[in-house]
Design a protein around this ligand. Structure first.
Ligand SMILES: [Zn+2]
Length: 367
């Protein structure tokens, strides 16, 4: 098996050097190579700016992840000795890109638990209208300041479980692809990779209450799972088959359908439930996980209505071929109006009916 060769023993422990603690942002100016650039978000910077000193060469507030625009931005930056990524996934990804383009050391400081971006080598960017996973950057360290993380809106922090719970549907998708003869030649089904991802999933499921409450233990648990996930993609030969599948395809379909962006793990959570329903793969268990973690997967909680979400579900089979995604349950079982109705009923029974004047969904620089 190619997979057995590509996966070194003990890869479950792999991942970037990660430090958990407190007051970690305030220490950065004492050791980051000078002068340094901070890549952050406009709504985060006012609350963090006071930690930095006269060696700050520039602040880049992320407004786009378009590669062309970022190439122009880096052309305007002064010389710098290091890059600090300070924010959610987009700040982490742009920081990686700048570190890569200038060949400078990188320090990552995630301010929320939304994605595993701070723990992954490549940056999720857009190029000529398509998603690309570009660049290569290994941070000197990832600093997880538990007080900074707890400063992010709780729904954003909790949404991070979406990127772990989706292993559940990914595994059935991968097996389906094998059984249907639609497996990628470079990524043959690998029981060992599946078992490793399952172990991470089980750890997170056992700690869903801590993650919901965003305790120190919950932060440690979810960020450690992100750390594993970031490394796992690389360590398996840029293979994500054990990590995600139909769950993420649904997010991209929903984005395509609505022209909007979403809180990653929240939309992936809805995609995971949809995938579990289609796979007949313990959908009630998946719904229970999301509810316990406090990840509200009602479309209205994402700023769209059932009309848009249901349409995206029914368009999924077309979309995954249009976008040429790996084979998943989306190819094997089309979503009918009855399936959408059943999903709507179960989500409404679990999370309640959306109030006429619902609260605004959280957004901003933490994402
Ligand atoms: Zn993801």
């Amino acid at each position: 098996m190619i997979g057995a060769v590509a996966t070194p023993a003990g890869s479950a422990d792999a991942g970037f050097r990660t430090v958990f603690g407190r007051d970690l942002v305030a220490e950065l100016p004492n050791f980051v190579h000078r002068p340094y650039v901070v890549v952050t978000m406009a709504d985060l910077w006012p609350g963090l700016e006071h930690h930095f000193d006269r060696h700050l060469a520039a602040v880049h507030e992320v407004t786009t992840i378009d590669v062309g625009a970022l190439d122009e931005s880096i052309g305007r930056l002064p010389d710098f000795g290091a890059v600090v990524g300070l924010g959610g996934g987009r700040a982490a990804d742009v920081a990686k890109f700048f570190a890569w383009r200038r060949g400078r050391p990188l320090f990552q400081v995630p301010t929320s638990m939304t994605t595993n971006a701070a723990f992954a080598h490549r940056a999720a960017l857009r190029h000529e209208g398509r998603e690309v996973a570009l660049a290569w950057a290994i941070p000197e360290a990832v600093y997880v300041d538990v007080d900074v993380i707890r400063g992010a809106p709780p729904p954003l922090n909790r949404s991070g479980v979406g990127d772990v719970l989706c292993h559940h549907t990914a595994h059935v998708d991968w097996k389906l692809a094998r059984d249907a003869g639609r497996e990628e030649r470079r990524w043959p089904y690998d029981e060992r990779l599946v078992a490793q991802a399952r172990e991470q999933l089980d750890l997170v499921v056992a700690g869903l209450d801590d993650i919901h409450d965003i305790t120190d233990a919950g932060i440690h648990l979810l960020m450690s799972a992100h750390r594993w996930g970031g490394a796992a993609f690389h360590d398996a030969g840029w293979n994500a088959r054990h990590l995600d599948g139909v769950d993420h395809a649904f997010l991209y379909c929903l984005e395509n359908q609505t022209g909007r962006s979403f809180i990653h793990g929240q939309a992936v959570g809805l995609g995971t439930y949809l995938g579990a329903v289609l796979q007949d793969n313990q959908p009630e268990v998946v719904l229970g996980w999301l509810h316990r973690a406090g990840v509200d997967i009602r479309p209205e909680a994402m700023g769209v209505d059932w009309e848009a979400a249901g349409t995206a579900m029914q368009r999924l089979a077309w979309y995954v071929r249009h976008a040429d995604y790996p084979y998943t349950i989306a190819d094997a079982r089309p979503v009918t109006a009855d399936v959408v109705d059943g999903i709507r009923d179960r989500i409404t029974a679990t999370f309640g009916a959306w109030p006429a004047e619902g609260p605004a969904a959280p957004r901003g620089g933490f994402v």
